[in-house]
Design a protein around this ligand. Structure first.
Ligand code: NAD
Length: 314
């Protein structure tokens, strides 16, 4: 097989790219004259954020393998891959520590109103008592933390909530067996049978599920209304898991106290699109930074290349 049949659909981190070029000397990168015609010649495809639709998959002439940089692969039509016999593989786990850290950071920023207070101080205002105690402004120690999705990231986040805040953990993940819970055997927690059961009980709700038809808009207004008005929602999974309009309504109307959001329905999240949502005092925002650290990008890219090599070598 010619090495030029490997195509990088997106731009990857420089160190990872060096490794890619060593392993696949003819790799076709963005900017290469043959890049736009990848449908005709790509056998192996590296994908980060680009959308690979069912139409593209069915029109591809030689495609056999796709490796997605990172854990979530909702930008690639997995059903079409299965229909066409294209093997789709993701690289979960490498960015889990970083995502767990961002989750913790957003939780603390919400609980302490850190962003609002810092903004006011930068603007020359002295945050008054009202602002200092606004919204959640709460103690996290000893509180109840709901984890939705108990995979690689959910487990790490649970351990961090326990370690940092002596948190009580409630887990909802119907795909993890109660009888053989794997790593959850050593994480103190209570299992919930339904999402509806978890929400009214928690002080912090943290989402760690993939985006798919079953999880799309999983968190919506009726469920948000069942949460405590003092509660915090943190979303480091995918934007579409939460109905955004419902979340903005909940923040504006004080249905929940605050939210930390790293992932968006429209990415990259711009002020042009989201407008004054970015100004909500009780919303802490970041632009999908869970997997951003350079060391995570490099490690993910290296693992992605190794997977592709293994598959191409059969
Ligand atoms: P994982 O596959 O290890 O875990 C996902 C868990 O969700 C599994 O245990 C699964 O059983 C559970 N789950 C699936 N459907 C569910 C449902 N309907 N209800 C409850 N639980 C359900 O994945 P992971 O590595 O932990 O990553 C989780 C998600 O985090 C990814 O799919 C991705 O969307 C997101 N992510 C975000 C960033 C970021 O930068 N913010 C980075 C990496 C991953």
């Amino acid at each position: 097989m010619s090495k030029s049949e490997v195509v990088a659909l997106d731009v990857f981190d420089p160190k990872g790219l060096e490794y890619m070029r060593t392993l696949f000397p003819g790799v076709i990168e963005p900017g290469h004259p043959d890049h736009d015609s990848w449908l005709d010649h790509a056998v192996g495809l590296f994908v980060a954020k680009s959308r690979v639709t069912a139409d593209l998959i069915h029109r591809s002439k030689k495609l056999k393998f796709i490796v997605r940089h990172g854990a979530g692969y909702d930008n690639i039509d997995a059903a079409a891959c299965a229909e066409k016999g294209v093997v789709l593989c993701n690289i979960p786990g490498v960015n889990a520590i970083s995502v767990a850290e961002v989750t913790l950071a957003l939780t603390v920023a919400c609980a302490k109103n850190l962003v609002l207070i810092a903004t006011q101080m930068r603007q020359g205002e002295t945050p008054n008592k009202r602002v200092k105690s606004l919204y959640s402004a709460s103690i996290l120690t000893g509180k109840t933390f709901g984890i939705i999705g108990g995979g690689r990231i959910g487990q790490l986040v649970a351990k961090k909530f326990i370690g940092a805040f002596e948190g009580k953990i409630i887990l909802y993940d119907p795909y993890i067996s109660v009888d053989s819970p794997g790593p959850w055997a050593s994480i103190p927690h209570v299992r919930a049978k339904s999402l509806a059961e978890v929400l009214p009980m928690v002080d912090v709700l943290s989402l760690h599920v993939p985006l798919n038809p079953a999880t799309k808009d999983m968190i919506n207004l009726p469920l948000l209304k069942s949460m405590k008005p003092t509660s915090i929602l943190v979303n480091c999974s995918r934007g579409g898991v939460v109905n955004e309009e419902d979340l903005w309504t909940s923040l504006k109307e004080g249905i929940i106290a605050s939210a930390g959001v790293d992932v968006w329905v429209h990415e990259p999240p711009t002020r042009e699109f989201y407008g004054d949502i970015f100004d909500l005092e009780n919303l802490v925002i970041s632009p999908h930074i869970g997997g951003s650290p350079a060391e995570v990008q490099t490690a993910t890219c290296i693992s992605m290349c190794d997977h592709m090599k293994e598959m191409l070598d059969g």
